[in-house]
Design a protein around this ligand. Structure first.
Ligand code: NDP
Length: 334
């Protein structure tokens, strides 16, 4: 079994030697267990959080453990009456490895929908889509005509979150890095405007594109970008705090809001959320997401990097923006 083991907690960016690519024998199955050959591994900004020992929403990955990560795979052998060989399953947070041994009860089947590729279940119809849907619909709650700003808007979660707000009748402005990503937002996803934070003054662009202020901030970035958006919020605005990727490589405490008093004066709601807590309600999101995907109203992209051996370098792409859509590793053939 080929595996990535966490050897050291990264200081700043993930560096060579923090993770080690190794090989271990696969033990025989016990009663109730299933052997899954992983096909796709999800690479996520939160991988960097799990590598650290800061306070977080799951236990940190321990030194010497297989790196945590979500996978979809195919059942190769089964001693569980729930699954038989050849079935495609979601193996949960099975880890950065070629094979997973899991209790049959801990797996979930992946539906086969004609015309919908397996990669969709690792993105728009997986945790990514659920994150966008619950963050927007449960917390942001955009009303027709309101102004919604999405940061990391051309990324996996942000691109879906922004499209959901558009489908609900809001005006949507995206913040993304580089002209190509910004063009994709306005020309193909129908965003009302896009701000290239790498080449533009974000505050001035927000003033131009959000003349009536901001009602909903779907926040993926944190730091300076978050402050620019929150300082333009309207009374009773909502901040759906999904992520703070600009801070994940930081050592030590990170700055928060410049103007904390604005929460009181403008009666803002700022709510952080983690998608794991919403999984029991996943059906509510699928009921809207699946028809939108099948009907072509919701567009999405996957960026597939070949080979598990490339996971430790590929994960950096999330921090440089050098990827186009949900970042996945193809661990083995479908
Ligand atoms: P993305 O596909 O959006 O990739 C990350 C993107 O973040 C990059 O493409 C880059 O976009 C942008 N970025 C990286 N560093 C910076 C920076 N310093 N300043 C501005 N932008 C930056 O990844 P995901 O969609 O998987 O994740 C997006 C966010 O959602 C993350 O914050 C993540 O932690 C969060 N998340 C939260 C979940 C939850 O349950 N709360 C679940 C899943 C994700 P660009 O090229 O435009 O610069």
């Amino acid at each position: 079994n080929r595996q990535w083991i966490l050897r050291k907690r990264p200081q700043g960016e993930i560096a060579p030697g923090d993770l080690e690519f190794t090989e271990a024998p696969i033990r025989p199955l016990e009663d109730g267990e299933v052997l899954v050959r992983n096909i796709y591994l999800s690479l996520d900004p939160t991988n960097r959080i799990w590598m650290s020992d800061q306070d977080q929403y799951l236990p940190p990955v321990e030194i010497g453990e297989v790196m945590r990560g979500g996978t979809i795979g195919v059942v190769e052998a089964s001693r569980s009456d729930r699954y038989k060989g050849g079935e495609i399953v979601n193996a949960g947070l099975s880890g950065w490895q070629s094979y997973t041994i899991a209790q049959g009860a801990s797996l979930s089947p992946v539906p086969v929908i004609p015309g919908v590729p397996l990669t969709a279940f690792m993105s728009v119809l997986g945790a990514t889509g659920l994150t966008a849907w619950f963050g927007m619909m449960d917390i942001g709650r955009p009303q027709p005509g309101e102004t919604v700003v999405v940061s990391a808007a051309a990324g996996a979660v942000g691109s879906i979150a922004g499209q959901i707000a558009k489908l609900k009748g809001a005006r949507v402005i995206g913040i993304a890095g580089g002209p190509d990503k910004c063009r994709w937002l306005t020309d193909e996803l129908g965003f009302d405007g896009a701000i290239d934070y790498k080449n533009e003054d974000v505050g001035a662009a927000l003033d131009r594109l959000c003349p009536n202020g901001v009602d909903v901030d779907f926040e993926n970035v944190g730091g300076k970008i978050m402050n620019q958006v929150v300082s333009r919020m309207n009374n009773f605005g909502r901040v759906s705090l999904c992520g703070m990727i600009s801070t994940y490589n930081a050592e030590g405490p990170v700055p928060g809001l410049d103007d904390f008093a604005a929460i009181l004066m403008k009666r803002l709601t700022i709510k952080g959320f983690i998608i794991i807590d919403y999984l029991p309600r996943a059906g509510e999101a699928f009921a809207e997401l699946a028809p939108w995907v099948m009907g072509g109203q919701l567009k999405w992209k996957a960026h597939v990097v070949e080979g598990l051996e490339n996971a430790a370098t590929a994960v950096q792409r999330l921090f440089t923006g050098d990827h186009d859509g949900k970042l996945l590793i193809r661990v083995s053939a479908e």
